[in-house]
Design a protein around this ligand. Sequence first.
Ligand SMILES: Cc1cc2nc3c(=O)[nH]c(=O)nc-3n(C[C@H](O)[C@H](O)[C@H](O)COP(=O)(O)OP(=O)(O)OC[C@H]3O[C@@H](n4cnc5c(N)ncnc54)[C@H](O)[C@@H]3O)c2cc1C
Length: 390
Amino acid sequence: MYNVVVIGQGLTGMLSAIWAKEEGASVALVSQGTGKIIQSTGVMDIFPGSDAGMSELIREYQIKDWNPLLVESGIDRFKELMSRLGNPYQGKIEQPVEIVTGSGFLKSTALYPITVAPIPHRGHVVVVGFQEITDFQHTYVAENLASERSELTIDHFSISLGQRSLRTMTQLDAARLLEQEVVRKQVISKIKAKMKELLIRKPDLIILPSVLGVMNWKTVWSDFKTELDTIITEAVGMPPNATAIRLQEQLQKEMIRLGVRQYANSKVVDSHRVNQWIESVMARNTHNTIEVKGKSFVLATGGILGGGLEQLLSGVTETALGLEVDEQGNLVNPYKNLFLVGAAQGIGVTKYGITGGIFSILSSYESVIKNSYRLQVGGEQHDKLTRNQL
Ligand SMILES: Cc1cc2nc3c(=O)[nH]c(=O)nc-3n(C[C@H](O)[C@H](O)[C@H](O)COP(=O)(O)OP(=O)(O)OC[C@H]3O[C@@H](n4cnc5c(N)ncnc54)[C@H](O)[C@@H]3O)c2cc1C
């Protein structure tokens, strides 16, 4: 029997598993597949698709009693984790910044990796595209950026990666190619030569698609920055983004390092429940159905987009544990040892179907703190606590 059984392997599930393990619990993670994180940009938004801040998030999602200390320490814990994993995230939730996307439009975000830089209001930027990558068009990016930041001077051009591929290359393909020193050097030389040819002076910022390497990103990023002698930013956009793949792979590796027992390709199809307690979950893989027992359970199945909730003509259903939910996906009967995190909390905590990275971080953190306390002090005392007392 595990102390904690996490269901789902998106950002929310992985953070819940890592933090529970760090609290000393034995942890199993059961998941059908990877989460939406690999389709995301890898930056942590407060309120997806808008520039709203924390107060709007708390008001819209009706999180009346989210303690500011919990918010602060949850964000700090995420930043500490990412620094330890060698991929530090910067930014402050009280001061969201605007970054550029692969379409050239700006997007508001709160936390972002160091390969991404906020877009200044004034100055000189250069947009560099790659002829092999069709979903990042430098002309289009420059035009859209100009419409967003009228006081920026923007130059733009494309160069060739010089590599042939039998299919359309993605940004991730380019990111992997640029990990090869020889390709990287050629690309940097081509950028320098093109700037000379077009009489482009040294810019304040160079915008590239999300191509600055995957596991070896530090060397790639540092070489571009040093050789081109300016700030470089990846313009995150159409998946797959290298920024998101890095995050996914680092969290995945950390779970392995910490010893989280992973049941991959395993779809949770039912649960064994007694009164107000979950005792075990049943998960089906390609060979058989297994039962995973736990003291507590974290449901991180991602709501409608993640597959944990299903919208049928007859209403919303919860697909993993067979729980009764209302038309918003909210649990009708609470269970004492079940924690719902991320979009699994129901339609009320999503916008355009998604929750945004900040909500994933904070709801995972909240459940870990509650759960850790519950395991230490025992259920009855814990159940009397409100969020503000945690
Ligand atoms: C296209 C796209 C782009 C996005 N871009 C951004 C962005 O730029 N910034 C940002 O902050 N956020 C973004 N998001 C949202 C962000 O990815 C989410 O906040 C986050 O992924 C939510 O993660 P989650 O872990 O709650 O759910 P999910 O990522 O949906 O994960 C759900 C997990 O549960 C598993 N699962 C579901 N049902 C079962 C079952 N029955 N048994 C076992 N496992 C099950 C799934 O396999 C999956 O592993 C984006 C989302 C999408 C879809």
